[in-house]
Design a protein around this ligand. Structure first.
Ligand code: ACM
Length: 498
């Protein structure tokens, strides 16, 4: 397949002309976009794109939809025109995907592409709490996300196993709350400069960082640093069963937790010191986060009384809103009647909802806000993608193959949630079993491309490209570019890899 673009563009048309040959071609126009294109095409082809026989022109022409671009290629030239810098950057990703080897060397076939995103919010999430991932790994994850036109990186910065961001107001969080990861693996944390660097690195790739500080559950690490802020662990049967199944010790007061159980910890809801803490934490975070969103978590607070949970969510989201930021919360927070207006919900139930999770998500929409969809049995990238791999978990109907990751339509997940109620789509990667960039690649690829297509491309039924048969061919064609970028993708069955 020679015009194999992932995520599928709005329109792509073959043009009756000979292909554009890369040999002897040079780049003109926007310098940032040119650097991005060289970063993709040079490792693939060996060409520095510094010839003068024919040109690839990269330019910005305001006027189109945000993040949109047009690409026109024939034997004489390639012109990529972005409506803004992000649109041009996305067009560069498309152009790199169109480069392929032929009898005439490396070429781009004659095509015309017109493209714009379906959803404004296209996210990936990396859990840096269950296993800490150093700055270089997060940079590599950002590069991978950019290839697929994602524009948000959600960092799950805190959990029972570790607090991963230094904050001046509460230095003990990282001094004593970040030493380990799941399985007793090494921990770590980001300095404020590390965090600012990641924000800037992402912004240079048109990606906005969405930091999450998970509350009121998932807070055992807080208690290591500030015991007065948390309750003792609630050791339900569910927790003890998880401990028995996955090993390690049960959670205990004052002891770093390196197991995989969830739902045993809670901040002290009735204590005013808790809200001083919440205000300090989100205030300091807001000061170094230029993006509009702060994620407050709110999931799996199984150790928190429901009325207390609702009261906490109302206050925490109000604190964030008062900082001038838009709160995001996992869908459980939809149960809180007094949640701050405008709070965005993130749905992590199944493609076919169970257990009333859809009702909690729908509450955000009823409250006048929108939803991010992260259906766990489709695009939780940490679900096993092969039964015999040590990587990944299975609780969300895993094993999850790439076809299941692909075959769902955002408007068909929750009754009463239509196109305009959906801010976007996000694929989370939790890292209980994930230690290295190679592990990330093996679990994320190629399923991350399926999530990108749900987020960017026309709806299922609105484009002939939005079928599994088309996707499997187009995703297979990414293999040379992915390999040239050093991505150790999983060679999923069912994909005709070259
Ligand atoms: C989640 O998977 N607990 C959001």
């Amino acid at each position: 397949m020679t015009a194999a673009v992932v995520p599928a563009p709005s329109t792509i048309r073959q043009v009756d002309a000979a292909p554009f040959r890369l040999e002897g071609a040079g780049l003109v126009g926007d310098a940032d976009a040119a650097a991005a294109l060289r970063g993709l095409v040079t490792p693939l082809t060996g060409s520095a794109l510094d010839g003068d026989e024919r040109t690839i022109e990269l330019r910005i022409e305001p006027g189109g939809a945000p993040e949109s671009y047009v690409l026109a290629a024939d034997e004489a030239s390639v012109v990529v025109t972005g409506a803004d810098a992000a649109g041009l950057f996305h067009g560069v990703q498309t152009l790199a995907q169109l480069v392929h080897e032929s009898a005439d060397g490396w070429v781009v076939d004659a095509v015309e592409v017109e493209d714009a995103p379906r959803f404004r919010y296209r996210g990936v999430m990396l859990d840096v709490a269950r296993h800490f991932h150093p700055v270089a790994t997060v940079e590599a994850f950002i590069d991978r996300a950019a290839l697929l036109k994602f524009n948000h990186l959600h960092l799950h910065l805190t959990d029972d196993q570790g607090w991963r961001l230094h904050l001046d107001a509460h230095p003990e969080l990282t001094r004593v709350g970040s030493d380990t990861s799941v399985g007793g693996d090494p921990g770590g944390f980001y300095t404020k400069d590390d965090y600012r660097h990641l924000v800037a690195y992402a912004a240079a790739r048109h990606i906005t960082v969405v930091p999450e500080i998970d509350m009121p559950g998932h807070t055992h690490a807080v208690g290591l640093a500030y015991p007065q802020l948390v309750e003792a662990p609630v050791l339900s049967d569910h927790i003890l069963e998880t401990v028995a199944a996955f090993g390690g010790d049960a959670p205990a007061v004052g002891v770093a937790y390196d197991g995989m159980a969830v739902g045993f910890s809670s901040l002290r809801i009735g204590d005013e010191r808790t809200y001083d803490f919440v205000a300090d934490v989100f205030g300091e975070l807001a000061g170094m986060t230029p993006g509009p969103y702060l994620h407050v978590g709110g999931d799996e607070a199984l150790g928190t009384d429901p009325a207390d949970f609702a009261a906490f969510i109302a206050r925490a989201t109000e604190i964030i809103a008062d900082l001038g930021k838009t709160p995001i919360a996992w869908h459980e927070a939809g149960a809180a009647a007094d949640i701050a207006s405008g709070t965005i919900g993130q749905y992590w139930g199944y493609v076919t909802p169970t257990d009333g999770m859809d009702a909690k998500a729908l509450a955000f929409v009823r409250n006048g806000a929108s939803l991010i969809l992260s259906p766990a049995d489709a695009i939780y990238l940490d679900m096993k993608q092969s039964a015999d791999s040590p990587l990944g978990l299975t609780w969300a109907r895993g094993v999850t193959d790439v076809r299941r990751a692909y075959e769902w339509e955002p408007t068909e997940v929750i009754d009463g949630v239509a196109e305009d109620d959906i801010l976007g789509v996000e694929a989370p990667l939790w890292t209980e079993t994930v230690r290295t960039l190679a592990d990330i690649d093996e679990l994320a690829f190629p399923r991350i491309a399926a999530a990108a297509e749900a987020a960017w491309s026309p709806a299922v039924g609105a484009s002939e490209l939005r079928t599994w048969e088309s996707f499997r061919e187009r995703v297979a064609a990414q293999a040379p570019l992915w390999s040239a970028q050093g991505i150790g993708f999983h060679r999923s069955e069912g994909i005709p890899w070259p």
